[in-house]
Design a protein around this ligand. Structure first.
Ligand SMILES: [Zn+2]
Length: 83
């Protein structure tokens, strides 16, 4: 957990800004007492994590082979024929 306490006043700072467009979750906090601003890097932004996961999935998922398509339509025909 990121430290959001003002080092000068030891009071909890308020979150005034949040940016994730760089791919990182950056939050800006301001001390309500002295006005000191701190930017805290909370790690990778959620959308960046998700887009990374998507990329990995595309790379690792095998293309459907023609064989599996044939057997699937065959299974569907058999299913329909049963009725
Ligand atoms: Zn302060």
């Amino acid at each position: 957990m990121a430290d959001t306490t003002c080092p000068d006043c030891a009071v909890e700072m308020d979150q005034i800004e949040r940016t994730t467009f760089t791919g990182r979750d950056m939050r800006e906090y301001q001390c309500p007492k002295c006005g000191r601003k701190e930017i805290i890097d909370c790690g990778k932004a959620l959308w960046q994590i998700l887009s990374d996961a998507d990329e990995n999935q595309v790379k690792t998922s095998p293309l459907p082979s023609p064989d599996s398509c044939i057997s699937r339509s065959f299974a569907a025909k058999t299913f329909l024929a049963a009725y």
